[in-house]
Design a protein around this ligand. Sequence first.
Ligand SMILES: [Zn+2]
Length: 306
Amino acid sequence: MNLLELAPPMQWIWWGGMGLFVGSFLNVAIHRLPRPGMTVSKPRRSQCPSCARGLTWKENVPLLSWLVQGGRCRGCGWRIPWRYPLVELLTALLWFLAAWMSPAGDWPLVLARVVVLSGLVVATFVDFEHFEIPDEVSIGGMVLAPLASLLVPELHRATSLSRLLGQAGEVDRWSALVGSLVGVAIGGGVLLGIGWLGKLLFRREAMGLGDVKLLAAAGGFVGPGGALAALVLGSVVASVAGVLNVARFYCLSRGRVSRRGARKSVGRSLASARIAGRYLPFGPYLALGIGIVLLAWNHVVRWLPI
Ligand SMILES: [Zn+2]
């Protein structure tokens, strides 16, 4: 049975199903990469993070095991965090979307896209929990991007530099490679520049090096224009999330005030909420921007004047 002989909707579902299983592997990476002494292949078998008991295959089926076991470890009753089924579902959905939004039958492009999306899922959830982006994802992406661009030049179909250098507006291997390398330089360079400027103006660290490396890697896959678009998109969503986060802390603080009958002024609640709500990682929002550009940039770029 050849995958390409299936009707396109069946192919999309096939990719989604693969994503479900890869999502369960990504959960392992999210748990282990930030922890010293652990790698994705060490220890070999999946184990419960709470009691370290090795898991049987029945406990390793994505989504189903979690549902059957009522969200708890069979050995110790540890409540399995929401993150596990969420990452599996999200990865399945992203893989489905990648297949759906790529030209029918172009499986090398789908494969390249799902690899990038999977890296973004790992970066997002590690950054939310640990405020860092694993080098395996960011530096790994910077190394992989030029290679992937050589093998799958279609990645740079929307990179104007690659189209300019290619034959008759068509992207070939070498123009894709140039687009990728310039994308790494611009993606990393623009965030380094912003970080440097922020330090100069506000005298505090404005940008984590992990974000710089992540956008550099992304530039390698979506080109310099795509990297800038991802940065703009990510910043807009991050600003909205930042305001909502401060509002959340403000409501928490006012709720406490009214319950206790304490006298804390609105101004002081707002000030403390601004301090508490300031610490949001930027990586997840940047990753969201990169994911959107990766899948949709070639549709948008047709409408741009440049
Ligand atoms: Zn356990």
